[in-house]
Design a protein around this ligand. Sequence first.
Ligand code: ASP
Length: 328
Amino acid sequence: MIKTLLLTATLIAMSQTAPAESPIAIAIHGGAGTIERGNLSPAQEEAIRSALTEAIEAGHAVLHSGGSSLDAVTEAVRILEDAPQFNAGRGAVLTHEGEVELDASIMDGATLEAGAVASAQGIRHPIDAARAVMTDSPHVMLVSAGANAFARAAGLEFKDPEWFITEFRAEQLRAVQARQDASVQLSEDWFSTVGAVALDRDGNLAAATSTGGMTNKRWGRVGDSPIIGAGTFADNRSCAVSATGHGEFFIRHVVAYDICARMRHAGASLAESADAVVHGVLVEAGADGGVIAIDALGNIAMQFNTQGMYRAAIGSDGQLSVAIYGDD
Ligand code: ASP
């Protein structure tokens, strides 16, 4: 009897003192926009869901094995850059001249270090180039020929220009150019930039975003995706955010930073901050798009003011969710 009581008391004491395992969680997006049921064929929808699943599971596996949030977001974004369905890496949208110009950025919430490339060409994984800028250079952003030269010197993989171009994007460019007058420069139908945010076991947050920008862009146009604070931001004291949408608005409203700043300085929750910016600030400005965001507790917000956003998450409870439309 006494033995049993002692054992029970010991077990209770152990369960009270045993440190709870720190949460890990990850979310990804593949863009937001006019994504309605019926716009995608069953085969397209299946390909998108399976690419999202592959990317989120790969990112989560990094976290699960004790890897860093930086490695997890890099891994997830690399997979989405290779998936031709999304506007990043292979399958990126085309410029006015029919070329691919790639933007990417990454940020470490533990140190506030960040790296970005803009208007880069030929780099298979622009997110690797952004990361190399962060870790192997004293700079935050490199552009165009300089970014390409830096990526070559860093030993990153390059592909021929044709490797990046899909028939779908070529047709999209033809359609946009046929319907637009000279004063309208960009296609705003939908955005399929990719991004990831994650929390690792050490409590560190990271965010990454990669894109080809907007269809028919010209004159070296660069959107929010490679701009730290606009399309990407991470700070352990608040949250990590990756955005997608009409970049000019996201730059003006410093969207990713604003969401984190509301948490840090105004005490808002992650959901409140994301909601206020996506459904308040951006809607008032007339801007379409969405964000994925994560905080230091592993809470995830995936908010968009468009019909849909390609997205997936594995929360701190280990539950996988993959969704496209407003209602799944
Ligand atoms: N935000 C990107 C840009 O403006 C586009 C996107 O989200 O697809 O370049």
